[in-house]
Ligand binder design. Structure first.
Ligand code: ADP
Ligand code: MG
Length: 569
């Protein structure tokens, strides 16, 4: 494997100065290197500085604040374990219940190997359970402002010894009207605390809140660079919006549709690379894993197979693929959005080399629209947000492939021997029928080679294994609904009405008050749209959408049962 000089090695987590158990924890999660926001934020936070950081969703902000926070708490007496009733040492404020659970779970994972306890506090859950958890002693509290304030007023949350305060997704907290609650909470904390504020967007209101609560902060902005990080090749860039649970099936669909000669599929972590490679191979795709956890010999072997075009799909982490000099990659697929727009540019630099057309495909989560936009700003190239190819699209594509193959054979000639067969059969059959039967044989044979078309809307792959246990006993409704059945809703108003996937996600998440993470594939047709939603939420979503407007229009919603009905594009 050639490593080009323009790709210097990036220092890992250890070089950022983090304590051993934390470095071990991120390694166990399969992280190979810090993301740009982590690389910039962690050293300053370890120094004890206040910090304001702006970076898009999905860039790894949680670890950027959690790791230094954990480092600080372990260094200063964390080894004694939680002391009952002693008050929180770190508080993370987040805008929503869903994020409180999600961030608490992430911090809990990063805290593996330390004895620090994390407790999430959010509304809509019984107080007494949260009170008990606080009484047992929780160094780290992740709370929504409303519920946090509630506990503070009851005296069940004590912040007089707080060392670290994090305002996560501060822009969203302000949008949701939490400014006063935040101020009231901060007023109960010691002035000696360290404070960091994270936001995906920048607004004067954020500067104002930072000015009120932060002291001489370090400022970090990721992805505001206006010039491309490198020369961009000719690449067709598309994105599909799919939820986490639907990614494996979506990838299968995309691979079937694109039938890439040679693709690199990028994942965030080693674990994900291994898991996805297994899943792909179990379904008949020839996939090979490449990540930093493999010994050099294995890596060389994989690269050799890929170069020799014996392996059509390479599933890789960014680190492993850095500096790879491969000529023939036809498709770069981002199974996850990369950790920064610059990383995106880097990834797609693997395709479309030497004047060839390349395709870059991103599977983005419903919340990751903004990320796509910052990539567009950086590259000054559009990313087309498309709907997933349907079974009908796949069929059309395959017919076309068969037609092309036959056309090529006809042009090439050299099938005189076969005429005797046709002559013999022509005694009993129409020549057109003979030809059609021959075409069918060819078509079916190539179909088999490509694997069967996935069924809509069932995921083509088994659900992924459940993620690691969440902290304490917080059951997540999100996880439950994601693993359940999905239903298809047909919503009036489509492309002609200017409806985009984001409008539907916004309307469903906002009006029906469900997590955007549960929304599955979205198909936008000319005059309507089809959205995959969890079976259990059909009634709620239907009711909410029927009562609202999308792009200023009343909409009608009806359930469709037949998977093929999601066909129109
Ligand atoms: P943000 O808060 O910026 O939206 P998150 O902290 O939620 O982003 O992280 C997004 C995803 O990236 C998570 O799945 C997380 O596990 C993963 N992640 C974070 N840091 C890294 C890293 N250094 N390497 C690989 N994956 C990472
Ligand atoms: Mg976040």
């Amino acid at each position: 494997m050639k490593v080009s000089p323009e790709d210097p090695p990036v220092p890992g987590f250890a070089s950022l100065g983090l304590a051993g158990p934390l470095v071990a924890a991120v390694a166990a999660l399969g992280y190979e290197e810090p993301t740009p926001i982590q690389r910039e934020a962690i050293p300053s936070l370890l120094e004890g500085r206040d910090l304001v950081a702006q970076a898009a969703t999905g860039t790894g902000k949680t670890a950027a604040f959690a790791l230094p926070l954990l480092d600080r708490l372990t260094r200063e007496g964390g080894s004694r374990g939680p002391v009952a009733g002693s008050g929180a040492r770190a508080l993370v404020l987040v805008p929503t219940r869903e994020l409180a659970m999600q961030v608490a779970e992430a911090v809990h994972k990063y805290a593996k190997g330390t004895r620090l306890a994390v407790v999430p506090l959010y509304g809509g859950a019984p107080m007494d359970q949260q009170v008990r958890a606080l009484r047992r002693g929780a160094e780290i509290v992740v709370a929504t402002p409303g519920r946090g304030l509630d506990h503070l007023r009851r005296g069940t949350l004590v912040l007089s010894a707080l060392e670290v305060l994090i305002l996560d997704e501060a822009d969203e907290m302000l949008d949701m009207g939490f400014a006063e609650d935040i101020d009231a909470i901060v007023a109960k904390t010691p002035a000696t605390r360290q404070t960091a504020l994270f936001a995906a967007t920048w607004a004067p209101r954020i500067a104002a809140i930072a000015g009120r609560h932060l002291t001489n902060p370090v400022r970090i902005t990721i992805a505001r660079e206006k010039r491309p990080a490198g020369k961009l090749p000719r690449v067709r860039q598309v994105a599909y919006i799919v939820s986490r649970a639907q990614k494996p099936a979506a990838l299968g669909r995309v691979l079937d549709f694109e039938a890439p000669k040679s693709a690199i599929v990028f994942c965030r972590t080693r674990l994900e690379v291994d898991e996805l490679t297994d899943t792909l191979n179990a379904h008949g795709y020839g996939a090979h894993a490449l990540h930093g956890g493999m010994v050099q010999k294995q890596r060389d072997r994989v690269m050799q197979a890929f170069r020799a075009e014996q392996a059509e799909i390479l599933v890789a982490t960014d680190v492993a693929a850095r500096g790879l000099d491969i000529e023939h990659v036809s498709h770069v697929i981002n199974y996850d959005v990369p950790s920064a727009p610059e990383v995106y540019v880097h990834r797609i630099g693997r395709t479309g080399r030497i004047g060839r057309e390349g395709v870059a495909i991103t599977l983005a989560g419903p919340r990751e629209h903004r990320f796509l936009r910052s990539v567009e700003t950086l590259t000054r190239q559009p990313i087309e947000v498309l709907t997933l190819p349907t079974v009908a699209d796949l069929r059309a594509r395959r017919f076309e492939a068969t037609r092309q193959a036959l056309g090529a054979q006809l042009a090439e000639g050299g099938f005189d021997d076969m005429r005797t067969i046709v002559d013999a059969l022509a005694q009993d059959f129409e020549v057109l029928d003979i030809a059609a039967a021959a075409v069918k044989m060819i078509h079916d044979a190539s179909d088999k080679e490509m694997g069967a078309a996935p069924l809509e809307p069932e995921p083509r792959f088994e659900a992924r294994p459940a993620p690691a246990k969440r902290p304490r006993s917080q059951a997540s409704p999100r996880q439950l609904s994601e693993s359940g059945d999905v239903a298809l809703l047909r919503i009036s108003g489509g492309r002609r009405a200017g409806v985009r996937p984001g409008d539907l996600v916004g309307a469903i998440a906002g009006e029906a008050d469900v997590s955007s993470g549960v929304i599955g594939a979205i198909t936008i047709a000319d005059d309507h749209a089809v959205v995959e939603v969890p079976e259990g939420l059909v009634a709620r979503i239907t009711a909410a959408l029927s009562a609202t407007r999308i792009k200023g229009q009343k909409v009608s919603v009806r359930r469709i049962t037949d998977g093929a009905a999601s066909g129109p594009r």
